[in-house]
Every structure is written in C-alpha cells, then in structure tokens.
Ligand binder design. Structure first.
Ligand SMILES: *Cc1c(COP(=O)(O)O)cnc(C)c1O
Length: 393
C-alpha cells in the first residue's frame, strides 16, 4: 500500500492503493494538472457544458413552495433540466475530455443503480469511445430500464456475479480490468470520492453549478443566498453547489445525508453525521462503522445516496466547521417528493428530495422572508416514480 502525499484534504483524501495502481493514478494526476490549465481544454469543456449538457441550468424561484413554507424565498437550481436529467453529466463531459486528450480508446466505469453507467455511456457515444460498464448481476435485474439505456447508447454492460453481485463487487472487477488494460482505457469515476485525483477532478467539473448560482443570484436578486442545501451521497452535487461559496462565510452550506429508516437505527447513510476516519476504496474519509468497528453497510431508498463513505473534501469541510449537516429519512424524502411534484409541477429525484425535505423539517432556520435559500435539485424523478408508488408509499 502506498499513500502518495498529494490530493490530501486536511486529514482526508490521498491514495491508498497497491503500488502499480497508485502509479497509474499518479500519472493521471500529473497529466490532469497539465491539461486543466490549457485554454483548449477549458474551451472544449465550456462548449460541451453549453451545447451538449444544456448549461447554464435555470435558477428557478419556487413561489408556491415558498408560500407553503411561509419564510425565506426558496430557489431551485435546476440540474434536473440538464441532458440526461441530472448533475452527473457535468462530470462525465469533463472526464470524457480528459480521456480523449490522453488518447484513450475506451471508458470503463462501475455502476450501482445505473445512473452513472448511463451518463458514462452517453459521453462515450458522443466522443466515439468504446464503453464497458461493470454492473452487479442483481442490480442489472433490478434496474432493467437503465441497462437498456446503456445498450442503446452502444455500451457493453458486463454482469458481475462475484460476491453479492452488487456495486461493491462491480468496483473490484472494474478496477481489475482497468489495471490490466490501463494503456488504452480510462476509468471514469462517478462522484467526488476515490483516490487522488478523482475527488479533485469531479469537484472541478461540478463547481460550475455554484459559479452559475452566484452569477444568477447577483444578477436576479443582487445578493448572495443565506444558505445552499444539497443532498450528499458521494458528495459531488453538494461540492458542485458549495465550492464557489466556501470563501463566503456568511453563506450556510448544508449537506443533507440519508437517515434511511432512522438515524437511531442501523439502516442509514450518515457518513458525515456518524462516521469516523478510515480508508475505503483507496482513500481516507469519514466512514460508517458497526459496533465491532468494521465498515458498515449503508442504506437509503435513494440508491444514489447509498454509500458508507463520502467525499474527502466534504469530510474536511465538516472538520473545519464549514458545513451544516442534515439527515432526512426515506419517509420524509418521499413526502417531499410528492410535495414538490404537487406544488410546483416538478418531480424531483428521490436523492434531491432529501434536500427539499430539509426545508420541511422543524429547525426554524429559514423563517425570515428577507432570506434566500437555494436548493440544488440534483436530478429529475422520472426514474423513481415506479419505486415510489409500488414500494414506498
Ligand atoms: C448520483 C446522484 C446523487 C448522488 O451523488 P452525489 O455525488 O452525492 O451528488 C444525487 N442526486 C442524483 C439525482 C443523482 O443521480
């Protein structure tokens, strides 16, 4: 094991991998540092944000939700309106360009519920790259529509039957395939987690969300918001919304994690709220543990939030006292899913519904009508309607 002393965020981050993989990623980190400062890369990125992802995304004044809550003005950052329906496209266009610039022929990725697999297959199609998506066999059964989307986009979906046949096993098999074929392939990671340079890269490609919020707020209202609220699974949409505001200390940054069946139960995903430092998937961060001190399994009805670790950058911000933390149960999220759909005619992803639900909780924080609160609506809920009505209501 090797911890190269870069990509550290306070006590978190780094690279904890076997030497040969650490070297491959060390090279990637160097290449990315060179690439990201070139005008050509930045221009290509801006063009893809605009012409492919559909940016800038709208900053929407949720007037009916505001009236219902009776306090601060609520705005929604509409990442649900991006091409493919979520913030994940911001990351894959960026990493896709990195892969292309490095002369790679194939993208590989693992996927759980299939959202990241679909996003990766999308950019692979656009950039004319081959695409192998590793997916647990059990997940493939449970998520057929996303498997068909990936196939339609030209990706090969490779079932992983090892272990439990779920995401964790898919990660191991995908990493093995990458190690064998790293000269021609690029491993595209889906959130601001994993070893260096992924947390940095994903943060860099998502921070456009907060930069736009800032510009749109100043243009429309002439001041910065009181608070920005985002759900946090791996932490990429939260960091995307927060990064431009970290230096604006008056702006409260709220990361809302899944409390699942309840914070007091063992069925939740409160990595920031209840975790302690440990190494997971090649990096150090706050991780959930069981009573024996082993890494615990996480749980959330929102599969995008179901991860026992969290971005090392969010762990650092928490330790620095820069984050406010929220926890929202499955039930509260489903109630918010229905409430936003009824009030505004906007069906939010179950993940994003956690951020909306935070507004409905009884903390009395946003009662002043002069205040402005921005909720990052990370994605649309079309993918969730069946599960909500069949299983969750
Ligand atoms: C994947 C996903 C998330 C969780 O990922 P983060 O890295 O925490 O942002 C949240 N919302 C939606 C809509 C997603 O698809």
């Amino acid at each position: 094991m090797s911890n190269k002393a870069n990509g550290n965020f306070g006590d978190f981050g780094g690279t904890f991998l076997p030497e040969f993989l650490a070297e491959i990623l060390g090279t990637l980190a160097e290449k990315y540092d060179e690439l990201k400062v070139t005008p050509e890369f930045q221009n290509d990125l801006k063009a893809l944000y605009k012409n492919y992802a559909g940016r800038p995304s709208m900053l929407y004044y949720a007037e009916r939700l505001t009236k219902k809550l009776g306090g601060a003005k609520i705005y929604l950052k509409r990442e649900d309106l991006n091409h493919t329906g979520a913030h994940k496209i911001n990351n894959v266009v960026g990493q896709g360009l990195v892969a292309k610039a490095l002369g790679k022929k194939k993208l590989i990725a693992e996927t759980g519920a299939g959202q990241h697999g679909v996003a990766t297959a999308t950019i692979a199609a656009y950039l004319n790259l081959d695409c192998d998506i590793y997916m647990g066999a059990r997940d493939m059964d449970a998520q057929k529509p996303n498997v068909y989307r990936m196939k339609a986009l030209g990706a090969k979906v490779i079932p992983v039957t090892a272990g439990q046949g779920t995401l964790k096993d898919a990660v191991d098999v995908a990493l093995g395939a990458y190690a064998q074929d790293h000269a021609d392939t690029y491993y595209l990671l889906g959130s601001a987690v994993g070893p260096h340079p992924y947390p940095t890269m994903v943060r860099d490609f998502q921070q456009v969300i907060g930069e736009e919020i800032k510009e749109q707020m100043l243009a429309e209202v002439g001041k910065l918001p009181t608070a920005i609220i985002a759900c946090a699974g791996g932490g990429s949409n939260a960091l995307g919304a927060f990064t431009a505001f970290i230096a604006n200390e008056d702006v409260e940054l709220v990361a809302v994690e899944p409390a699942g069946l309840g914070a007091e139960t063992e069925k939740h995903g409160l990595s920031l709220g209840k975790g302690s430092p440990d190494v997971i998937h090649g990096f150090k961060t706050l991780v959930m543990h069981d009573d024996e001190g082993e890494i615990a399994e996480s749980y959330s009805a929102a599969s995008g939030l179901d991860y026992p670790g969290i971005s090392p950058i969010l762990s650092m911000l928490k330790e620095n006292g820069r984050l406010a933390l929220g926890g929202v149960t499955d039930k509260e999220a489903v109630d918010a899913f229905i409430a936003l759909s009824h009030l505004e005619g906007i069906i939010p992803a179950l993940e994003s519904s956690h951020a909306i639900a935070y507004l409905f909780q009884d903390h009395g924080k946003y009662s002043n009508p002069d205040d402005i609160v921005v909720v990052n609506l990370s994605g649309r809920g079309d993918k969730d309607v069946e599960n909500v009505f069949e299983n969750l209501i």
